[in-house]
Design a protein around this ligand. Structure first.
Ligand code: HEM
Length: 463
């Protein structure tokens, strides 16, 4: 088992905080020295506000604070050129430059992003999770005072997320079942039957999911090691369009609309996977049993139903695309592109009685992995927006997060006894990206390293 220094690793990489309130601060570095001091205080113990690490909790804290730095943020903090150049190319380019690759086109393209997310001024993201609204406001006041002190940083925008009743996300699905369990990390919240993910799939400096391969660690090692990367996304959800689609698809097929919802996701809206219960949202399957499944018999679940054709869970459903588990996919990479998901919904619950309320709602999504390219971008481009990785998908896309704006976009429901799958038409883009950032998640040691950088002002470049 990997021996991980939990006190050095940002908490949200290894732990689900299960806190109902989130505020994301998008900040610009104005005074590099003062900004470095602000960051340093978060890990020095000299301020009330401390970075949340993955260290053991005896009592759960009232808030957790985490930090993400964009590439331009690292440059604004005056990291040496040798360090800047040691980060991977997709991180250097940033989310806006990589938008097309992940399907952020049309309404999702950076020109429409809000909160200055497409701006080169986006340098630092702070993620503040709290137990209550009062704590949120109290810590916000403290943070604001600290990051504006000495003109260190200015605020570009704030983004608030709140849990919804019943741990659901918009579209009404219960969330929070599937997460990779990391070797050397914390015990999973839900029993997880899949093999543990090697630490190096989520943390820099450890052997990865590929044999004899470790992702390059940015230099110096105290900067790179125990860090990770994150794609942060503000994803607006068209709840009315989604519900309308379910109604239309139910008319098209004669299926119950809840069955259509389950086929699109791979889980019923209460979280029961189709793989365990193909005909009903069987409440007798307990919450803790709802992640114990596979799509084919495997070492993980030898007695799994052999669903290689997708009769129970369509091959193109959201969760089967995002994690095909042990089913056959191109490159045999079913368990090689896992991702940690954190975040919270934003906006009020959707009220079907008031469908056109003109209020934006969606997800503040944090997608974490050691390689933005091999995890987040791969999921979005190869598995989310292409159909050639598994047999029978044709050129369909993820029905929930894929780009389905082209005419004739379809979703296929394989059906036993029928030669051809049932083909749902009338899909649209139910999710629109409203802002995105690629962040480096530095370890506590890395933040100390950044805080202690001494800059040679004459050239601006140091080694
Ligand atoms: C608003 C946008 C999204 C919605 C509504 C959504 C919805 C869901 C739901 C309901 C689940 C099942 C809950 C669970 O298994 O714990 C799920 C699982 C998952 N989603 Fe999404 N999702 C969204 C965006 C994304 C994005 C952008 C990605 C990829 C970067 C992603 C990757 C995954 C993965 C990996 C799983 C777990 C699959 C598994 O391990 O079985 N999702 N999502």
């Amino acid at each position: 088992m990997a021996d991980l220094p939990h006190a050095d690793i940002q908490g949200f990489i290894l732990r689900t905080y299960a806190m109902p309130v989130l505020r994301v601060f998008a900040l610009k570095v104005e005074q590099p020295g003062a900004a470095r001091r602000f960051l340093g205080k978060l890990v020095s113990g000299e301020s009330d506000l401390q970075l949340a690490t993955a260290i053991d909790w005896t009592t759960k804290p009232q808030y957790c604070l985490n930090v993400g730095l964009t590439y331009l943020g690292l440059a604004a903090l005056e990291l040496p050129a040798s360090s800047l150049g040691s980060f991977p190319e997709e991180f250097l380019a940033g989310a806006a430059a990589r938008a097309e690759r992940v399907g952020d086109t049309g309404e999702s393209s950076p020109q429409h992003w809000k909160g200055q997310f497409a701006s080169p001024d986006l340098h630092i993201l702070l993620f503040l999770f709290t137990e209550t609204e009062d704590i949120l406001e109290q810590i916000t006041r403290q943070l604001r005072a600290d990051y504006s002190s000495d003109g260190a940083m200015s605020e570009l925008s704030l983004h608030d997320g709140r849990s919804l009743p019943g741990s659901t996300a918009h579209f009404g699905y219960r969330d929070g079942f599937a997460q990779p369990t990391i070797d050397g990390g914390l015990p999973p919240l839900m029993p997880d039957v899949l093999p543990k993910a090697p630490a190096g799939e989520f943390l820099l400096g450890y052997p990865s999911q590929y044999t004899d391969f470790t992702y390059l660690v940015p230099v110096p090692p105290e900067l790179g090691r125990n860090g990770s990367f994150m794609a942060f996304r503000i994803l607006a959800q068209d709840c009315h369009g989604f519900e309308q689609f379910l109604t239309d698809a139910a008319h098209q097929t004669g299926f119950d609309r809840e069955l259509i919802a389950a086929k699109l996701c791979g889980r019923w809206r209460n979280g029961v996977p189709l793989s365990l219960s193909p005909d009903s949202a069987d409440e007798r399957i307990l919450l803790e049993q709802r992640n114990s499944f596979d799509y084919v018999p495997s070492d993980a679940v030898p007695d799994a139903f052999d669903d290689h054709r997708g009769y129970r869970c369509p091959l193109g459903s959201h969760i089967r695309r995002m994690n095909p588990r042990n089913s056959t996919v191109a490159g045999n990479g079913g368990l090689k592109h896992r991702i940690i998901r954190r975040g919270l919904p934003y906006g009020p619950p959707y009220d079907p009685a008031n469908p056109d309320d003109d209020v934006e709602r969606g997800l503040l999504g944090l997608f974490i992995g050691v390689s933005l390219k091999d995890q987040f971008e791969f999921l979005m481009s190869d598995w989310g927006n292409k159909g050639n990785f598994a047999p029978g998908l044709r050129n369909t896309r993820d029905p929930i997060i894929g780009d389905n704006s082209m005419p004739g976009a379809t979703f296929l429901i394989p059906s036993k006894g029928q030669k051809r799958p049932i083909e749902l038409t009338g899909l649209s883009n139910f999710v629109t990206c409203r802002g995105a950032a690629y962040c480096f998640l530095p370890s506590a040691t890395a933040i100390r390293y950044i805080a202690n950088l001494s800059v040679i002002p004459a050239t601006g470049a140091r080694d």
